[in-house]
Design a protein around this ligand. Structure first.
Ligand code: MG
Length: 173
């Protein structure tokens, strides 16, 4: 059985993952509208990944005899000035998610809940990757600047991204 405090923290994290999903879906819709189909595709896959993160936490809470409580998802922004602005917002958001994961990790350690700590290990590594990816996109978009052809090539490249079920969820099925 998981402690009420950890259960609350994981429920808050489930909501944060769904908020992330909603944010990236909103970015996907925005760039679809702006004619950047590749960037839109990239964010729509990001949306699916975030849903999967929420699902991993939901399954985990259930497996520990906890109770999943789905709270309302707060409003997300609906437009960004440029692809660069969207990836900068992505990095800022992922840095926030990293600190949320770290807080749950610290709580799990304080409570000697080693199962939760172990479950969080994958998320700790995943956050390093999320931040690194966003930083890489920002670097490239800064180089691209206002070069339309370079942005077109970037968009084409992002069109090829495909969704892979995150490992912890894939292993459950
Ligand atoms: Mg996530």
């Amino acid at each position: 059985m998981i402690s009420p405090k950890l259960q609350d923290a994981i429920n808050a994290q489930i909501n944060a993952e769904f908020w992330s999903a909603y944010l990236y879906l909103s970015m996907g819709m925005h760039f679809e509208n702006e004619g950047h189909a590749g960037i839109a595709n990239w964010f729509r896959i990001q949306f699916k990944e975030e849903q999967a993160h929420a699902e991993i936490f939901m399954n985990y809470l259930n497996s520990r005899g906890g109770r999943v409580v789905l709270a309302p998802i707060a409003e997300v922004p609906t437009s960004w000035d440029s692809p660069l602005a969207a990836f900068e917002a992505t990095l800022a958001h992922e840095e926030k998610v990293t600190s949320l994961i770290n807080n749950i990790y610290a709580l799990a350690e304080a409570e000697h809940d080693y199962a939760t700590r172990t479950k969080l290990d994958w998320f700790v590594s995943e956050q390093v990757e999320e931040e690194d990816t966003a930083r890489g996109m920002i670097d490239r978009l800064k180089l691209i600047g206002d070069n339309g052809l370079a942005l077109y090539t970037f968009d084409q490249e992002l069109a090829s991204r495909v969704y892979n079920v995150p490992a912890p969820l894939a292993n459950e099925n």
